[in-house]
Write a protein that binds this ligand. Structure first.
Ligand code: AMP
Ligand code: MG
Length: 351
């Protein structure tokens, strides 16, 4: 199959690209679309044959459920059932964060195919605020299942070029909407009823941070530290201990850890601030280095550049990528979660 990339950066291109995407989606084909988080591989969420094509194109195992995107918040009841005890919190979160990078886990409507939810009784749902995605889904007028448009376990794509590298010849069309402006996958939240406050359990950290959420409930993180012995996190089934992984082995330095190169090996550095005072940046051993936040430690800048930088370093063919730790506050929590999963598991020494 030939994969076409359709530009959207002129009104006539935009119209034509949206039209072609809608035609393919209505015919049950998958199409890669830009969102504000990362590029998604979309298909009609209520058509099991279309959903099956997402799993095939991505080599995604059937146990990893998909996120369903809505054309409008009024369409939520078609996909999910909102229990009375969390309804006020759901309404507040929707009002404050949709459209945007917040995914809610809710009991599923039986109309949602089991393949979408990997057989779970719950469904993940959100609304994207990307203008290209919005125009496609509101023209199609149907919910879209759209996981990240990469092969399973690999680096999430934040540009059309990255999607092409991941899925060339596997899908018919990619809409090029430029670089994604958040750069990290959506925050996934499950709401646990509680008095006086509900608990907002963050199953995947993302662009909506703890600070953003704390006005709406007690925030807790479910998956902060995946363990190699427990690779499948119980509540977010697709989030394996190894995820977002480059083909090149990646080592995450602990804060303050001194890096000692092995002579003859080739290294690349993923630096946070590019500051030699952090310990690593000034070393002569780097074949190449990328600074995530040349603005000297701005987390949104690091987030937006993260997957692109990881992909660039992966393409160098070095022996190892060395990553500096990021401060674990705000968006740094989400970046560190991905760095831990991208890191090659270090062998656990025998007890
Ligand atoms: P992706 O869109 O590729 O970022 O993947 C979607 C992720 O959402 C999955 O890997 C799961 O971790 C999570 N997810 C989807 N549905 C559910 C659900 N019903 N319960 C918990 N997590 C979910
Ligand atoms: Mg993904």
């Amino acid at each position: 199959m030939q994969t076409e990339v359709a530009p959207t950066d002129r009104p006539d291109f935009f119209k034509d690209a949206v039209h072609r995407a809608v035609e393919l989606l209505a015919a049950g084909e998958p199409v890669a679309l830009p969102t504000e988080t990362v590029y998604g591989l979309a298909a009609d969420a209520l058509n099991p044959d279309a959903v099956a094509k997402i799993f095939i194109a991505k080599d995604r195992p059937a146990f990893d459920p998909l996120i369903v995107h809505l054309p409008h918040k009024d369409r939520l009841p078609e996909i999910a059932i909102v229990p009375d005890d969390i309804a006020p919190t759901v309404a507040l979160l929707i009002e404050n964060f949709w459209p945007g990078p917040l995914t809610l886990i809710l009991p599923k409507n039986p109309a949602v195919p089991d393949a979408v939810t990997a057989g779970l009784p719950t469904v993940a749902v959100r609304i994207s605020d990307h203008p290209v995605f919005q125009r496609v889904i509101t023209s199609l007028k149907r919910p879209l299942a759209a996981p990240s448009a990469n092969r399973f376990g690999r680096i999430s794509p934040t540009s059309a070029a990255a999607v092409l590298k991941e899925l060339d010849t596997r899908i018919p069309l990619i809409l090029d909407g430029g670089a994604c402006h958040a750069g990290l996958e959506s925050t996934i939240v499950k709401i646990i009823p509680g008095d006086p406050k509900p608990t907002l359990r963050v199953l995947r950290a993302g662009p909506v941070t703890k600070d953003d959420l704390k006005a709406f409930g007690r925030v807790e993180f479910a998956n902060a530290a995946p363990h190699p012995d427990h690779p499948v996190a119980p509540e977010a089934p697709g989030l394996l201990a190894s995820h977002y992984a480059p083909l090149t082995p990646l080592r995450l330095l602990a804060e303050g850890e001194i890096f000692q190169p092995v002579p003859g090996r080739r290294y690349a550095l993923l630096s946070y601030r590019g500051d030699p005072d952090d310990g690593s940046f000034g070393l002569p051993c780097w074949e190449h280095s990328i600074v995530l936040s040349p603005g000297k430690g701005k987390l949104p800048e690091a987030a937006v550049r993260f997957f692109h930088a990881l992909r660039q370093l992966d393409e160098l063919g070095v022996d190892e990528i060395i990553a500096e730790a990021i401060p674990e506050r705000g968006l740094g929590v989400a970046i560190m979660e991905r760095l831990r999963r991208a890191a090659t598991p270090q062998p656990v020494p025998p007890a």
